[in-house]
Each structure stands twice: as C-alpha cells, then as structure tokens.
Ligand binder design. Structure first.
Ligand code: ZN
Length: 1149
C-alpha cells in the first residue's frame, strides 16, 4: 500500500518533468526550424537537442503508460506531410535533427534485433548436421531409443491420444466430391460417436468443410456441436478456412483465410481456437506462426520437417520449443510449438519409433477391412486374453517416444487422411483404445495415465508440468524449408508446379484486396452522403457482399496445401481455377459499381444495372486457363473516359497501357485538361508482324493513394502522337518486318555486333545484340555490376524416382544452358515512356523494359516472360541471373512476402535442397551493392554459386513422384511471369558476423514490390455520349508513411443481418522493417518516422474514424481492446511496431 503510493508519486513527478521537458523540446525544435534560416547558433541547438533526446528516451521508457500522449504531442510537432497535391518532395519526418545523418530514421527500430541471437538458429543447425542419413534401425531415420523403466516412477507418463481426420479441401477429388463422399459422413458420425461416451474426443481443423456441413445440418445437430465444444470433447484447431500451404502463400492470403475461418467460428459457435494443427503442409514458415500468435493462439503442432532436423531435435529433446520470429528481440512473438518426431502423421508413425508395431494399434486396419499394415503384422482386437501383452507392447512404444521429450507428457495423434468415415471405424478405434487405457488404469505400477484428448488438453498438461518443474522450453528462430521426407527427396518442385495458377492466385489476391478497400470506402462514403447510416438504396450492397465473401473463400480455399502448391489432380486444378476465375469476374463487378458511385458528381444519377454496367475493365479473361487480353478501345473526337484505381496507399507514377484503334491518340487529365506524356507502340501479332488495326497506347499517370482518377482519350491528328521506334536483330538471317505505322531500322556495319543499350535518368543497361539478354547494369551513382540473364533447362534423373508435382530430382548433371538451333529474334523499342528489348525464343519470349519515369518507378528493370513448354518431356525451364556481386554462399529469399530469410548453399546438400520458395522477393548482396529480384508470383529460387540467382519458370513432368497424387504434371499452359530487378548501392552495409543476420528489403524495394503486386486497375466508361459528370475520388490527403502498408480494409459481416455488410471494417496495417544500408536518392515521396506511435487520424486524413479498437489479427471480438482502455474520441494513436501487423476494428465516418 505504502510502496504503491510512493510509486504513484514518483510516476506522477516523472510525468510532470516529462511534459515540461517536452515543452522545452517543443521550443527547441522551433528553434531548430529557425536554425535552418540561420538565426540560431547551430552547435548549441544540436547539443541541447541530443541532450534532450537522451532525456526523452529515458523518460519515455519510464512512462510507457503515457506513451500515447507523448506520441500525440510529438506527432503534432514533428509530422510533416508530403502532400501530393503540391507535388512537394518529401521528407524524412523527424530525426534529421537527432544526429542520425547516415542512417535512415526508422532503421533504428527495424535494426534492433540484429544481435538478438539467443536460442537456437536453424541455419546454424544446418551448418552442424552431416546430412549422412544412416540407417537408424526400427526408426529408420532416427536412432535406437533406450530407457531404464524407472523414469516415470516419480512423474507418471501422461498420455493424450488425439483423434483427428485429415480432410483435404481438394486433392484427388474436388472439395465438393470429398465433402459428399467422405467429410459429411465423418462429421455426422462424430456427433453420434462422441455423444456416446464423454471420454471420447476429436479435433477438427478445416473450417471450409465444417461450415459447409453446418449449412446442411438442423438446429438439433447444431446444438450437439455446441455442447461437444463446451464439454471440450470437440476442439476446433487452427480454425483457418484450410490447412494452408506455408511456402507459396502470400501473407495476405494466409491471414485472410484465417480471418474467414475465425470470423465464421465466432459467428456460429462463439469459441476461440487456441492451438494450431498443421500436419500436412510441406515445410513450415514462421510467418504462419506469427499470424497464429497474432490471432490469439498459444500453441501449435507441426509435422513435415526435414528428417535430419527432426532427428537432431529428438536427440536434443528440443522437439518442443518456443518459436520466435527472427527479427523479434522480445518474446512477444513466441508460440509453443510441438514438432512430431517421426515420418508421418498416420498411426504407424505416431505411437512410437517402430511403425511395424504402431500399425498394429491402428484398429481401422483390422483384418478383413479395406486397409492393412504394410509391415505384415496386422492389428488384433483387444480382448481380455491379449490386453496385457498388447498394452505392454504399446506402452513400450509410448515410453520410447516419451524419451524424445523434455516432459513426461506425451502427445500421440490417432488418425490419417479422411479417417472416421464409417461408424464401425469409430467403434474399432475408440473401444479398443479404451480397453488399453482401462488396463493402464488398473495397473498403477506401470506409471502411465492415458486418455483421449484434444490439443488443448495436451498443451495445458505440458504447461502445468513445465511450470511445476520450473523449466521453460528453448527458443528457436528460422524456418523449416526445404522439406525432405527421405533420402534426397527434397520437396522443392511444388514451389513452382502449376505456375499458371500460382500467378492466377496473385491476380485474385490483388483484385480482392483492391475490391475490399474500394467497397469499404464506398459504403462509408454512402453513409456519410445519406447522413442516416444507411446505404444508397439502388446499390446492391448485399449482393456485393456475397461476391466479396465468395471471393475471400475462393482465395482461402486455394491456399490449401494441395491448391496453390500445384499438387492436385488435373480435374481438381480445373475446379480451383474455375473458382479463382469466377471470383475475379465477380469482384470486378463490385469494383465497377463501387467506382461508379464514387465518381459521380451527382449521386442521384446512380443506377445499378448488372446487364449494362457503367464501367468495364479494360481487359477480358475468357476462361480459367486463359491470360487476360486487352479489349480494343474505339477512339473518336469525342473523349472516352478511362478510370484508373490506384489500390496502393502511395502516390505513384504509373504507366497505363491500353489498346486503341488508332496510331494517333491523345490522353488528358479529365479534371485539368492537361495532356499526359504518351507513347504509341505496335501490337505484335507475330514477332515481326505488327497489327494494322490495334495499337498500344501507354501514358504516364500520377495516381494519388487509393484514388480513382479520370482521363480522357481522343483520336489525335495524324502524326501528333509519339510513336515507338524499332530495331530488329537476328544473327545470320535478317527478318522481314511488316508494319506500316512505325519506323523500323536495321543495325548496319559496325553497329551489328555492338551491345544493345538502353538508359533513363537512373540506370543504363547493356544487352547482347545476339540474344538480347541482359549483361550489365550501371546506376547513376556510378555503381556497375555485371548482371547476365541466362535461360536453362533442368531434366530429371535417370534413377527410378523422378521429378513430379512435389519433388525436384534433376540428377547430378544439373542444368544445361538453353540453346536453340535458330538464333532468336531481338526487337528493340524506344520511346518517351519506355524502351525495351524483347527476345523471341522458341519456348519463351523474354522482355526487359526500362520506364522513363522520375521517382522510384524508373529505378528498376521490368522483366517479363511468356513461357510455353508444352512440346517438352520431363523438362523444367529456369531463368538465371549471373552477377559479380560477391555474395559468397548466402542469399536471401522471402517467406510469404512477410519477411526475408537468409539461405546458405552447402556442399553437403544435393542441388534440389537449395531451392527455396520465393513468394515475392530474393536478393544477393556484398558490402557495396545489392541485387534484388522482386516477383509478382510464387516460384522456386536458388543461388547455386556466388553471385547467382535463379528461378524456375515452368516444369513439365510425365510421371508421378509416388506421394499419392498418381499422375505427372502435364497440363502446362502459356504462362506469364513478371519481375522487377533492382540494383542498389549499399553504404555501411551490415557486417555479417557469424550467426544469421536479419535483413530486410530496402524501402525502395518495398515500394517497387508494392507497385508490382498491386498494379493500377483500369476501367473504361461506356461509350454513351450522354455521360454524367465524373470527378476524381481522392480519399487520402497524402501517402501513408513509406513503411506502413495498408494490408486490408475489410468490411465485416453484420452481426444481426447475415450476409450483409456491417459498418465495422477491419483495418489491417503492416509496418515493414527495412534495410538501413541504402538511402534512396533522390529521397522517396513518402515520409517515415522513427517512432512506433502513429496517429491514425493524421495518416488517413481526411478519412474520419468514429471508433477504433485494436484487436487480434483475426478480429475476434473478445480480443478487442476494451472500450475503456482508450479515449472515446480522436486522436486515435496506435503503436505500430516494425515488422508487425496491427488489426483494428474501425468505423469510418
Ligand atoms: Zn493434406
């Protein structure tokens, strides 16, 4: 009592001092402003400032409770904006006065954890392991486990047998077929069989299936479900829409499928998942654990981890650990993780080390059934005669397994793919195991307590034991790629398999995010317009919300570990593709009608007619397996209105590309009448044949954040438009060019062999005149790097096991350089908006383009490939970049686009082990330079030699790889891939001193990646001459800070009216960590701050939030910050930590 009063007085005193100091600082900062105008002695101010800064830092530490107030004061003082209206160049918002001259502000925050190398780092484990794969005996990939028998005398073995049924939402059958044939029977029987005996338990993971079943069952059954949940007999684990792939999935989609599942659970069942269950994804990513932790889960189970890593962890008794984010210097991101020790999650590999024995305890395999034990010793029904022998045999396995763990609590799963379908199977498993458990109970001298359990039961017991023993689990950082289940079988093929659909996945993702944001802004704007909280009557809000929901669920379903992975049967792939395709079309309708309403000057003119939309997209996707095609825009003297939506939170300069029917066209800003820089290029029907009717019109657009901007396109007078100029190169066989509208020249004389070169203000490139492929890059700063592009073929090994949908088994010879009997046609185009070099090879068309733009869009090279390997047999096509960056054996690839992970190329591992998933980025670096390859789609990446980086573009494999799929992958299509290549100077680059340093993309790379993954969306207004008046929609006054990404603005479902949008929106912000060693020159247009506190009202101005409640990442209501914990009204100050995603439940307006 007394002590706390003293404390209160102290804290109060400190607070007063803090406020006074802040006032003093305010004065001083104003002085610092004067200083620049030369009115105050500079040195004194500087000293005072650094002194005060130290003081403030100390006070802030003490005053964590008052952080927000402090932040508000500071923000109002320091935050200077970069309003796009004035085009004013921006600004580092704050710390230039704080003495950080060479370091970017904000780096301090992102930088901190670099030395936080406590705990186990998986990369170090890789350095340590011999990867020698010796025969371990009964446990083939492990070792012989010994025990005395008295280990459990003090603390008995406490065993939880967790029944589960692994239901793939699509693999050999489609989602719907699995549901009809298996899943609904499993769930129906679950109700009956769990109700028969309260000791029985079950866990369920896939909410896609569960929600479908829920729609089919009556209220009585629903009540039983709720009762089983309350009783703890049924547990929903993870609670995602699917058990997501963790390699190819983007974190947007990973989180979105988790939100969709959790929101469904909250609405219908009111429970909250606390344990994660991921037994089948082919390798595991810490990005997923970050999301699980953020969603409120405490524990998780993983299974598919490299067998050598499992063995190592088993030996060290570290199969259970606290999984921590590499960049986290605190314990905030820790989640308790249990790694299954053996080969699989089926019964033979979960009771203990010997599958031949464990299989005898899978009572679904009793003689006479459809499945049996491959080890040829069948299970026996448990009888009074054999119970002792059987129980002791099983106990021996349990005890051996227990020796691999720190505590005497043991988790054993009981299940397999699509198990527990028939009621006889339930009876066989539950009654036989109950007899064994009863036997253990009757024999206390065995010191074992065994029962059916859920994951929560297990983890609760584990926590209790750990607390009692006063021990904690070790900490681990890193990821579990690339997975191998045996020998040299590395599962790196699926990082690329079905690349067409991996790209379609990202197209839907970008469309969904754009639509979510625009829809949320539209409904908020409508409520504000009407003033009574209702939406405009003619706006089909309910229908649109259904379309959004279907879009969310299609994307979510595809994140399944046989969806985006490309490891499903052909008809299932078509089913997924059709869902993705239809969702894109449906979401486009929502986008179009939202944009329509927002753009109308006179809102009373709004009318929704699905058959006659006011706006259309500028392209058409004709089928699930077709690439988008631009539609031809007919021009006249009457202006055609183009509407561009910028789905990013940054002001950007973008090149908009449309196809028109005239080589003479003009584009003006509809608002100002100002003409835009434009370029007319040929549409090439064949490499040397230009269309005489269609022309590509590209123009430079200035797009404010989240804006809808209107442009007018008209036919122009002949010859008034800038047309691209072309040169063609082909060694030995000069091509005949057919074009009437463009100037074409051929290289002559000494020019023929000279390298091709393109340049803009920022960068110059050189390419081979023979192949057109890139050779060298030079930055304006003077930095020169050799950056050669090559193409290669991988084949497959001559051994019995060959590459397939999952596995990459290229054989020892590795890749062969791509060569063609015909020299490629090389087409160079030059114009005022962009210049490019296109190389037309037989199997692919490769294009490198340089945009003539100011700002960051002109700093990288756009690389695009169009690949067709349908004529090939057992081949994979790769694109390799060979540079003279001294990267050693290290490179970095991203994990789910959420974070970067260091990779090491090790001689002891086979080639295929060195391929890693790349969702959106990888880079190589040395002390003075960094080369980043940013991608718009997921695929495999490797750096097999220093300075090299390669990605697999497509793979065509004729055979099954014996992992259950039962087919090869030969459904290849014409497949597009898109990249940005970025060379950057590094100054004071972080030295890598042992360990694994945490690295981030640079700010420039983040912004480039954002632009690449979220291109502007172009719509065309109907050609009706009686167009209503349109005005641009500009929701934000300025760009968000450079490092703050608006991940989503996702309208939540109305709690009263099912299927309708509520006023509540999930605001998801991701504050990116960024690299400090490259300062962009000239500075970026956005601002950033070194402070964690951000005033949401300021950065989203003029949008108004009427309420803001911080929440868990999946917006479960009970996670919300309590109403009383914050001021009722603005300012809404939030703490955004670098690398972290923050979720808020907000109402706009
Ligand atoms: Zn599966």
């Amino acid at each position: 009592m007394k002590r706390s009063r003293v404390l209160a007085v102290l804290v109060g005193g400190v607070f007063i001092v803090a406020v006074m100091s802040l006032n003093r600082m305010l004065e001083l900062m104003q002085g610092a402003g004067l200083k620049q105008r030369g009115e105050t002695p500079a040195g004194q101010v500087h000293d005072d400032l650094s002194h005060l800064q130290q003081k403030i830092d100390r006070l802030e530490h003490l005053l964590s409770d008052n952080n927000r107030l402090v932040a508000t004061l500071r923000d109002s003082l320091l935050q200077r904006k970069a309003p796009w209206e004035t085009g004013a160049r921006a600004n580092v918002s704050s710390d230039s006065a704080h003495g950080q001259t060479d370091r970017l502000p904000g780096c301090r925050l992102a930088d901190e954890p670099k030395d936080g190398a406590n705990g186990v780092q998986l990369l170090d484990v890789y350095d340590l392991l011999p990867f020698d794969n010796p025969d371990g005996g009964a446990w083939k990939q492990g070792f012989e486990i010994r025990y005395q028998g008295n280990e459990w005398d003090e603390q008995p073995l406490e065993l939880f047998l967790v029944p589960h049924s692994h239901n793939d939402p699509g693999w050999l059958k489609t989602f719907d077929s699995y549901y009809q044939d298996q899943t609904k029977h499993i769930l129906n029987n679950m109700l009956i069989k769990l109700s028969e005996d309260s000791r029985r338990k079950m866990i369920w993971a896939e909410i896609s299936f569960f929600s479908k079943w829920w729609n089919d069952i009556d209220d009585q059954k629903r009540e039983i479900v709720k009762r089983l949940l309350r009783a703890g007999q049924l547990e929903l684990v993870t609670g995602g829409w699917v058990m997501a792939d963790e390699a190819n999935s983007h974190y947007f989609a990973l989180l979105d499928q988790l939100i969709e599942g959790h929101q469904w659970i909250q609405r219908h069942l009111g429970v909250k998942p606390s344990s994660g269950w991921a037994v089948d994804p082919f390798g595991h990513s810490p990005s997923m654990t970050y999301l699980l932790k953020g969603a409120g889960l405490r524990d998780m189970v993983i299974q598919r981890v490299h067998y050598a890593v499992k063995k190592h962890f088993a030996k060290q008794q570290t199969l259970e650990f606290l999984w921590r984010q590499s960049w986290d210097s605190s314990s905030r991101s820790d989640i308790t993780c249990h790694m299954m020790p053996f080969y699989s999650y089926d019964v033979p590999h979960t009771c203990g080390p010997n599958p031949a024995i464990c299989c005898q305890f899978d009572f679904h395999r009793l003689p006479g059934g459809r499945v049996s034990c491959p080890w040829r010793i069948p299970p026996q029904p448990i009888t009074e005669q054999n119970v002792q022998e059987r129980a002791l045999l099983l106990l021996d396995q349990y005890r051996q397994k227990s020796r691999l763990f720190h505590s005497p609590v043991l988790l054993v799963s009981l299940g397999d793919d699509f198990r527990f379908v028939e009621s006889s199977e339930w009876d066989a498993q539950f009654s036989n195991y109950q007899k064994l458990f009863d036997y253990f109970d009757q024999h206390p001298e065995l010191h074992v307590k065994a029962r059916f359990g859920t994951l929560s039961d297990y983890f609760k017991a584990l926590r209790r034991r750990l607390t009692a023993a006063g021990t904690t689990l070790p900490t681990l950082r890193g990821d579990f790629f690339t997975y191998s289940d045996r020998d040299d079988h590395y599962w790196s093929g699926y990082f690329t398999s079905r690349p067409f659909y991996k790209r379609l996945d990202r197209t839907l993702e970008a469309t969904l995010r754009a639509t979510e944001i625009l829809f949320s802004l539209t409904t908020a704007e409508m409520r504000r317009y009407r003033g009574d909280g209702h939406l405009v009557a003619d706006f089909p809000a309910h229908q649109h919300f259904q379309r959004l929901t279907t879009g969310r669920r299609s994307l979510a379903l595809f994140q399944h570990h046989d969806g985006v992975t490309g490891t499903a049967r052909d008809p299932v792939v078509v089913d997924y593709g059709t869902r993705l395709f239809h969702s894109i079309l449906n979401l486009r309708q929502v986008l179009q009608s939202s944009a329509h309403w927002l753009l109308l000057l006179d809102k009373s003119q709004y009318h929704y007619d699905q058959s006659k939309p006011f706006l259309k997209m500028d392209d058409v996707i004709s089928a699930q397996d077709a690439l988008p095609q631009k539609t031809l825009l007919t021009l006249s003297d009457e202006p055609r209105s183009l509407i561009i939506f910028n789905p990013t939170e940054q002001l950007r300069t973008s090149v908009i590309s449309i196809v028109v029917d005239s080589p003479d066209a003009r584009v003006v800003d509809a608002q100002t009448g100002q003409p835009m820089t434009a370029q007319i290029s040929a549409v090439w029907e064949e490499p040397t044949l230009a269309s005489a009717e269609d022309f590509q019109l590209d123009f430079v657009a200035q797009l404010p954040p989240l804006s809808l901007v209107v442009y007018h396109v008209t036919k122009a007078s002949v010859g008034s438009a800038n047309r691209a100029r072309y040169t063609f190169h082909r060694r030995g066989n000069p091509p005949t060019i057919q074009t009437e509208h463009f100037q074409v020249s051929r290289p002559e004389g000494p020019d023929t062999d000279a390298p091709l070169s393109l340049s803009n203000k920022h960068v110059q490139i050189w390419s081979s005149s023979e192949t057109g492929l890139l050779q060298k890059l030079r930055l304006q700063s003077g930095l020169v790097r050799q950056v050669q592009v090559q193409f290669l073929w991988y084949g497959t090994t001559r051994n019995r096991d060959k590459s397939g949908a999952y596995l990459f088994l290229p054989g020892e010879e590795g890749a062969q350089l791509y060569s063609s009997s015909e020299p490629p046609l090389v087409r160079v185009s030059r114009g005022p908006v962009f210049s490019d070099i296109t190389s037309c090879f037989r199997h692919f068309t490769h294009r490198v383009r340089l945009y003539h733009l100011e700002g960051h869009a002109g700093k990288s090279l756009e690389i695009s490939n169009m690949v067709d390997i349908r004529s090939e047999v057992n081949r994979e096509l790769a694109m390799r970049i060979v540079s003279n960056v001294a990267s050693g054996n290290r490179f970095y690839s991203d994990l789910n686009s959420f974070q970067m992970q260091q990779r090491r190329t090790l001689a002891k591992l086979p080639l295929q082990a060195h391929f890693y998933p790349m969702t959106s980025a990888s880079f190589l670096q040395d002390e003075t330079s960094r080369v980043s390859l940013l991608s718009a789609q997921s695929q495999a990446v490797a750096s097999l030699r220093p300075g090299e980086l390669e990605v697999i573009l497509d793979r065509r494999l004729q055979q099954d790889d014996n992992l259950g799929l039962g087919q090869g992958i030969t459904d290849n299509k014409l497949t597009a891939s898109l990249y940005q290549l970025l060379l950057e100077d590094r100054r004071g680059g972080a030295q890598e001193v042992g360990g694994a340093s945490v690295q981030h993309l640079s700010l420039l790379a983040h912004l480039t990646s954002l632009s690449l993954c979220h291109p502007p969306i172009t719509m065309v207004a109907t050609s009706d001459s009686q167009l209503p008046k349109l005005r641009p929609f500009l929701p934000l006054q300025s760009s968000l800070p450079c490092d703050v990404h608006l991940l989503n603005l996702r309208t939540l479902e109305d709690t009263q009216e099912a299927g309708s949008p509520s006023q509540e929106v999930a605001l998801l912000l991701h504050r990116k960590g960024f690299d400090c060693s490259s300062a962009p020159e000239p500075p970026l247009q956005c601002s950033w701050s070194a402070h964690e506190e951000v005033n949401l009202d300021d950065i989203f101005s003029p949008l108004q939030f009427s309420s803001v409640r911080q929440s868990g990442l999946t917006l479960l209501r009970e996670d919300d910050e309590p109403e009383s914990a914050r001021p009722q009204r603005a300012p809404h100050v939030a703490r955004l930590r670098p690398m972290e995603i923050s979720a808020f439940r907000v109402e706009i307006g």
